[in-house]
Write a protein that binds this ligand. Structure first.
Ligand code: SF4
Length: 291
């Protein structure tokens, strides 16, 4: 497989074949994101992609899952993306699900019928980075999309019958807007009703533009316990009807895996116990945290 640069995938795609169909991210402006800053965005040619699929076919005949990366692979124009899915289905008859990273812009470039067409060709899940429901925070981190567009994109994915996994980012609003960010994020996930919510914790990495702002003192990361309060608020103030909410990513201080609403009370109880103890040793130590 001819991977270019560092390859990133959601934790839940650990057992999938990772197929790189784009290089980098077409937006690439979010100031907290170090992921693709060194990559110039391009869509790989169909030949390159088919060669990788053919190679994978030689050692993974009974493949069940494929994940398409990089950043927002969903930005690929519909005819090309469809051809990739059809080729994958041809080569892997046992294939059950294809996953992909998307952002609101790439989702909104597709009609519901186009998304349904992808779904018919086994596109089963879209991973959408929401980060925050707070309009001001979205603007300040250069997310490049409004809250309203995010909700509209999510609605389109769900209407097409594709599973939706969203990520929210603890700490992304800094210390000053920490609680507003948490409350507004609870509100947006309630509006969206995704199948999965993954809460990650912001880590300040030198490759991300935010790193310089931290050095200059214009951005302050909330403390670990303040981040835990954000997590608590997101769980407490959201009203999710049937959602798997997890904060078990390696960046987080306290791993939670909750089926909401069923596990709401037990999750809040666990967070409250840690918060009221004030005991930092109950949190994931810094040396074990990673992106
Ligand atoms: S967070 Fe997502 S949309 Fe923003 S730069 Fe990183 S990969 Fe691109």
């Amino acid at each position: 497989m001819k991977y270019e640069g560092v390859i990133i995938r959601p934790p839940s795609e650990a057992h999938s074949l990772i197929l790189q169909v784009t290089v980098g991210c077409s937006h690439n402006k979010c100031i907290f994101c170090p992921a693709y800053k060194a990559k110039r965005f391009r869509i790989k040619s169909l030949n390159e992609i088919k060669e990788d699929i053919d190679e994978a076919r030689t050692y993974a005949q009974r493949l069940r899952r494929v994940f398409l990366t990089d950043g927002d692979a969903l930005i690929i124009p519909q005819p090309r993306l469809l051809e990739i899915l059809i080729y994958l289905n041809e080569k892997f008859p046992t294939l059950q699900r294809i996953g992909i990273y998307g952002n609101a812009k790439s989702v909104l470039r597709k009609s519901i019928d186009e998304l349904r067409e992808l779904k018919e060709n086994k596109l089963g899940i879209i991973y959408l980075g929401i980060e925050s429901g707070d309009e001001e925070t979205l603007k300040s981190v250069h997310k490049g999309v409004t809250r309203e567009k995010m909700v509209e994109a999510a609605r389109r994915v769900k209407e097409a019958g594709i599973k939706l996994s969203v990520t929210v980012l603890l700490g992304v609003a800094g210390a000053t807007r920490s609680m507003i960010h948490a409350e507004e994020t609870a509100r947006i996930v309630t509006d969206i009703q995704p199948d999965y919510v993954g809460a990650l914790t912001l880590m300040i990495i030198p490759e991300a533009p935010l790193y310089r702002m931290v050095e200059e003192g214009t951005f302050t990361l909330p403390s670990p316990f303040e981040l835990l309060k954000e997590l608590r608020t997101m769980i407490a103030e959201s009203n999710l009807h049937n959602c798997l909410f997890f904060s078990n990513h390696a960046s987080n201080y306290l791993p939670i895996r909750a089926r909401l609403p069923k596990d709401k009370e037990s999750s809040l109880k666990l967070i409250d116990e840690v918060l009221s103890s004030g005991d930092e040793s109950l949190l994931t130590p810094e040396y074990l945290r990673a992106l």
